[in-house]
Design a protein around this ligand. Structure first.
Ligand code: FE
Length: 130
């Protein structure tokens, strides 16, 4: 179930910051987001389409200032795109349902995956476990 909206529709639905990061590939300043130090149990959903993306169970403190996870929720495959902007070669990750920009995945994470999903808080909507 793809969620296709026009830019105008996304602008209406999202805040300015959410639109800039999730729809235009922006980045929030480190240590500025709502979730980097969030230790509550629950699920992080896509701020645009609501798809569950990450669980608190795979969240860890990377020290980067962005919420970090060593894998997406369950067996979810994120969309991965080679990103050569800013003179770096990185792998951008996007929501597989609505293509929202989430952040990047790096190969310096903890076991068992060795991956670090470095995600913008503003692309996420946390729902606390009841
Ligand atoms: Fe989405």
């Amino acid at each position: 179930m793809a969620e296709e909206k026009t830019d105008e529709q996304w602008k209406e639905k999202l805040t300015e910051d959410q639109y800039r990061v999730a729809r235009c590939g922006g980045t929030e300043a480190p240590f500025s987001g709502e979730y980097y130090a969030n230790h509550e149990e629950g699920v992080y959903h896509c701020v645009c389409c609501g798809l569950p993306l990450f669980s608190s169970q795979e969240k860890y403190d990377s020290g980067s200032g962005w919420p970090s996870y060593w894998k997406p929720i369950d067996d979810l495959k994120l969309e991965e795109i080679r990103d050569t902007s800013h003179g770096m070669i990185r792998v951008e990750v996007r929501c597989p349902q609505c293509h929202a920009h989430l952040g990047h995945v790096f190969e310096d994470g903890p076991p068992p995956t060795g991956l670090r999903y470095c995600i913008n808080s503003v692309s996420l909507d946390f729902k606390k476990q009841d």
